[in-house]
Design a protein around this ligand. Sequence first.
Ligand code: PGA
Length: 239
Amino acid sequence: MHKKVFCNWKTYLGVGETQTLAAEIVEYAGSAKGIVLLPSAEVLESVAQVIEGTSVEMGAQVSSTHRSGAYTGQVSPENLHTLGCRYVLVGHSEQRAAAPMSAAHFMQQATTALEVGLMPVICVGETREQRNAGDAAVVVREQLRGLEAIADPDEFFIAYEPVWAVGTGETATVEDVVQMCEYIKSIMGERTAILYGGSLTAENVGAFAEQPLISGFLIGGASTKVTTLFPILDVLRSA
Ligand code: PGA
Protein backbone atom coordinates (compact mmCIF):
# COMPACT_ATOMS: atom_id res chain seq x y z
CA MET A 1 0.00 0.00 0.00
CA HIS A 2 1.56 3.33 -1.06
CA LYS A 3 -0.63 5.41 1.22
CA LYS A 4 -0.81 4.98 4.96
CA VAL A 5 -4.24 4.15 6.40
CA PHE A 6 -5.11 4.99 9.99
CA CYS A 7 -8.26 3.30 11.27
CA ASN A 8 -9.79 5.50 13.96
CA TRP A 9 -12.15 3.19 15.79
CA LYS A 10 -13.18 5.87 18.32
CA THR A 11 -15.36 3.99 20.86
CA TYR A 12 -17.51 2.27 18.26
CA LEU A 13 -16.49 -1.32 19.07
CA GLY A 14 -16.76 -3.70 22.01
CA VAL A 15 -13.75 -5.67 23.26
CA GLY A 16 -14.61 -8.86 21.39
CA GLU A 17 -15.52 -6.99 18.19
CA THR A 18 -12.22 -5.12 18.32
CA GLN A 19 -10.21 -8.32 18.52
CA THR A 20 -12.19 -9.98 15.74
CA LEU A 21 -11.82 -6.97 13.44
CA ALA A 22 -8.10 -6.67 14.18
CA ALA A 23 -7.61 -10.36 13.31
CA GLU A 24 -9.56 -9.95 10.05
CA ILE A 25 -7.42 -6.95 9.11
CA VAL A 26 -4.21 -8.83 9.89
CA GLU A 27 -5.35 -11.60 7.58
CA TYR A 28 -6.31 -9.13 4.83
CA ALA A 29 -3.03 -7.24 5.09
CA GLY A 30 -0.74 -10.26 4.87
CA SER A 31 2.73 -8.82 4.51
CA ALA A 32 1.49 -5.42 3.20
CA LYS A 33 2.59 -2.54 5.39
CA GLY A 34 0.77 0.74 5.98
CA ILE A 35 -2.29 -0.11 8.08
CA VAL A 36 -2.44 1.43 11.55
CA LEU A 37 -5.21 0.57 14.02
CA LEU A 38 -6.29 3.22 16.54
CA PRO A 39 -8.41 1.38 19.11
CA SER A 40 -9.70 3.07 22.26
CA ALA A 41 -7.26 2.94 25.17
CA GLU A 42 -8.95 0.14 27.14
CA VAL A 43 -8.65 -2.36 24.27
CA LEU A 44 -5.11 -1.55 23.15
CA GLU A 45 -3.62 -4.49 24.98
CA SER A 46 -5.97 -7.02 23.41
CA VAL A 47 -5.30 -5.59 19.95
CA ALA A 48 -1.56 -5.66 20.65
CA GLN A 49 -1.82 -9.42 21.19
CA VAL A 50 -3.59 -9.90 17.85
CA ILE A 51 -1.18 -7.81 15.75
CA GLU A 52 2.05 -8.91 17.40
CA GLY A 53 4.60 -9.98 14.80
CA THR A 54 2.41 -8.86 11.86
CA SER A 55 2.66 -5.96 9.40
CA VAL A 56 -0.23 -4.11 11.06
CA GLU A 57 0.69 -1.29 13.43
CA MET A 58 -1.14 0.33 16.33
CA GLY A 59 -1.61 3.79 17.78
CA ALA A 60 -3.67 5.53 20.43
CA GLN A 61 -6.40 8.15 20.15
CA VAL A 62 -5.09 10.33 22.94
CA SER A 63 -2.26 10.63 25.44
CA SER A 64 -1.40 12.79 28.41
CA THR A 65 0.88 15.79 28.18
CA HIS A 66 2.80 14.09 31.03
CA ARG A 67 4.86 10.93 30.65
CA SER A 68 3.58 9.50 33.93
CA GLY A 69 2.71 10.61 37.46
CA ALA A 70 -0.22 11.93 39.50
CA TYR A 71 -2.61 12.51 36.59
CA THR A 72 -5.80 10.65 37.41
CA GLY A 73 -7.86 9.60 34.42
CA GLN A 74 -5.18 10.36 31.85
CA VAL A 75 -3.42 8.00 29.46
CA SER A 76 0.33 7.61 29.94
CA PRO A 77 2.26 7.93 26.67
CA GLU A 78 5.05 5.84 28.17
CA ASN A 79 2.64 2.98 28.77
CA LEU A 80 1.19 3.39 25.29
CA HIS A 81 4.65 2.92 23.87
CA THR A 82 5.29 -0.11 26.06
CA LEU A 83 2.00 -1.65 24.88
CA GLY A 84 3.22 -1.41 21.29
CA CYS A 85 1.76 1.88 20.09
CA ARG A 86 3.84 3.72 17.52
CA TYR A 87 1.48 6.66 16.88
CA VAL A 88 -0.91 8.88 18.80
CA LEU A 89 -3.59 11.30 17.63
CA VAL A 90 -3.19 14.87 18.82
CA GLY A 91 -6.15 17.25 18.80
CA HIS A 92 -8.78 15.21 16.98
CA SER A 93 -11.79 17.46 16.35
CA GLU A 94 -14.04 15.33 18.58
CA GLN A 95 -11.58 15.88 21.41
CA ARG A 96 -11.26 19.58 20.70
CA ALA A 97 -15.07 19.83 20.74
CA ALA A 98 -15.45 17.89 24.00
CA ALA A 99 -12.91 19.97 25.92
CA PRO A 100 -11.49 23.00 24.14
CA MET A 101 -7.74 23.18 24.72
CA SER A 102 -5.07 25.57 23.57
CA ALA A 103 -2.51 25.08 20.83
CA ALA A 104 0.07 25.05 23.66
CA HIS A 105 -1.65 22.01 25.20
CA PHE A 106 -1.48 20.05 21.96
CA MET A 107 2.09 21.15 21.40
CA GLN A 108 2.96 19.73 24.83
CA GLN A 109 1.12 16.50 24.06
CA ALA A 110 3.05 16.14 20.80
CA THR A 111 6.36 16.97 22.50
CA THR A 112 5.85 14.37 25.24
CA ALA A 113 4.73 11.79 22.69
CA LEU A 114 7.91 12.36 20.70
CA GLU A 115 10.02 12.05 23.85
CA VAL A 116 8.69 8.56 24.55
CA GLY A 117 8.99 7.42 20.93
CA LEU A 118 5.41 7.93 19.70
CA MET A 119 4.80 9.63 16.37
CA PRO A 120 2.15 12.35 16.74
CA VAL A 121 -0.64 12.54 14.18
CA ILE A 122 -1.71 16.13 14.60
CA CYS A 123 -5.31 16.72 13.54
CA VAL A 124 -6.36 20.10 12.18
CA GLY A 125 -9.41 21.41 10.38
CA GLU A 126 -11.99 24.13 10.23
CA THR A 127 -15.73 24.16 10.91
CA ARG A 128 -18.30 24.80 8.17
CA GLU A 129 -18.83 28.37 9.41
CA GLN A 130 -15.10 29.05 9.38
CA ARG A 131 -14.76 27.72 5.82
CA ASN A 132 -17.76 29.72 4.61
CA ALA A 133 -16.23 32.82 6.17
CA GLY A 134 -13.00 32.19 4.23
CA ASP A 135 -11.09 31.46 7.44
CA ALA A 136 -10.03 27.82 6.87
CA ALA A 137 -6.34 28.65 6.43
CA VAL A 138 -6.30 31.04 9.41
CA VAL A 139 -7.84 28.38 11.66
CA VAL A 140 -5.38 25.69 10.54
CA ARG A 141 -2.50 28.14 10.98
CA GLU A 142 -3.61 28.73 14.57
CA GLN A 143 -3.94 24.99 15.28
CA LEU A 144 -0.39 24.44 14.02
CA ARG A 145 1.09 27.32 15.98
CA GLY A 146 4.37 26.35 17.63
CA LEU A 147 4.35 22.82 16.23
CA GLU A 148 6.70 23.66 13.38
CA ALA A 149 9.44 24.15 15.97
CA ILE A 150 9.12 20.89 17.87
CA ALA A 151 10.01 18.20 15.41
CA ASP A 152 11.56 17.11 12.20
CA PRO A 153 8.96 16.60 9.43
CA ASP A 154 9.87 12.89 9.43
CA GLU A 155 8.66 12.55 13.02
CA PHE A 156 4.97 13.41 12.71
CA PHE A 157 1.93 13.39 10.47
CA ILE A 158 -0.59 16.16 10.00
CA ALA A 159 -4.15 14.97 9.45
CA TYR A 160 -6.32 17.53 7.69
CA GLU A 161 -9.88 16.77 8.72
CA PRO A 162 -12.44 19.52 8.13
CA VAL A 163 -14.77 19.31 11.14
CA TRP A 164 -17.83 19.45 8.89
CA ALA A 165 -16.64 16.36 7.02
CA VAL A 166 -16.02 14.13 10.07
CA GLY A 167 -18.80 11.59 10.49
CA THR A 168 -21.25 13.59 8.35
CA GLY A 169 -21.14 11.88 4.97
CA GLU A 170 -19.77 15.07 3.41
CA THR A 171 -16.23 15.25 2.04
CA ALA A 172 -14.06 18.18 1.07
CA THR A 173 -13.28 18.61 -2.62
CA VAL A 174 -9.96 17.21 -3.80
CA GLU A 175 -8.98 20.75 -4.87
CA ASP A 176 -9.63 22.20 -1.40
CA VAL A 177 -7.65 19.40 0.25
CA VAL A 178 -4.70 19.79 -2.12
CA GLN A 179 -4.70 23.55 -1.51
CA MET A 180 -4.67 22.95 2.25
CA CYS A 181 -1.85 20.39 1.89
CA GLU A 182 0.23 23.00 0.05
CA TYR A 183 -0.49 25.53 2.78
CA ILE A 184 0.40 23.09 5.59
CA LYS A 185 3.65 22.15 3.87
CA SER A 186 4.52 25.84 3.50
CA ILE A 187 4.30 26.10 7.30
CA MET A 188 5.57 22.73 8.49
CA GLY A 189 8.08 21.92 5.76
CA GLU A 190 7.91 20.29 2.34
CA ARG A 191 8.65 16.82 3.69
CA THR A 192 5.64 16.85 6.03
CA ALA A 193 3.37 13.88 5.44
CA ILE A 194 -0.30 14.90 5.34
CA LEU A 195 -3.32 12.65 5.77
CA TYR A 196 -6.85 13.47 4.74
CA GLY A 197 -9.84 12.39 6.82
CA GLY A 198 -13.58 12.94 6.80
CA SER A 199 -16.32 10.55 5.62
CA LEU A 200 -14.04 8.52 3.40
CA THR A 201 -15.57 5.60 1.54
CA ALA A 202 -14.54 3.22 -1.26
CA GLU A 203 -16.40 5.52 -3.64
CA ASN A 204 -14.54 8.75 -2.82
CA VAL A 205 -11.08 7.61 -1.64
CA GLY A 206 -9.68 6.96 -5.14
CA ALA A 207 -9.73 10.61 -6.18
CA PHE A 208 -7.73 11.59 -3.08
CA ALA A 209 -5.35 8.67 -3.52
CA GLU A 210 -4.30 10.04 -6.92
CA GLN A 211 -2.89 13.15 -5.27
CA PRO A 212 0.83 12.92 -4.48
CA LEU A 213 0.53 15.59 -1.76
CA ILE A 214 -1.77 13.31 0.25
CA SER A 215 0.32 10.66 2.02
CA GLY A 216 -2.52 8.71 3.55
CA PHE A 217 -5.91 8.67 5.23
CA LEU A 218 -7.57 8.81 8.62
CA ILE A 219 -10.73 6.74 8.40
CA GLY A 220 -13.37 6.68 11.13
CA GLY A 221 -16.79 5.06 10.69
CA ALA A 222 -15.89 3.13 7.54
CA SER A 223 -12.90 1.52 9.27
CA THR A 224 -15.05 -0.22 11.87
CA LYS A 225 -16.53 -2.88 9.55
CA VAL A 226 -14.79 -5.15 7.07
CA THR A 227 -17.64 -4.56 4.62
CA THR A 228 -16.73 -0.88 4.35
CA LEU A 229 -13.01 -0.98 5.16
CA PHE A 230 -11.83 -3.71 2.79
CA PRO A 231 -13.31 -2.05 -0.33
CA ILE A 232 -11.37 1.12 0.62
CA LEU A 233 -8.18 -0.90 1.07
CA ASP A 234 -8.82 -2.65 -2.27
CA VAL A 235 -8.97 0.76 -3.97
CA LEU A 236 -5.76 1.88 -2.25
CA ARG A 237 -3.94 -1.35 -3.09
CA SER A 238 -4.58 -0.88 -6.77
CA ALA A 239 -4.03 2.91 -6.74
P1 PGA B 1 -15.16 9.57 9.67
O1 PGA B 1 -14.16 9.98 10.82
O2 PGA B 1 -14.38 8.79 8.64
O3 PGA B 1 -16.22 8.76 10.36
O4 PGA B 1 -15.70 10.84 9.08
C1 PGA B 1 -12.86 10.42 10.53
C2 PGA B 1 -12.14 10.69 11.81
O5 PGA B 1 -12.77 11.03 12.82
O6 PGA B 1 -10.91 10.59 11.88
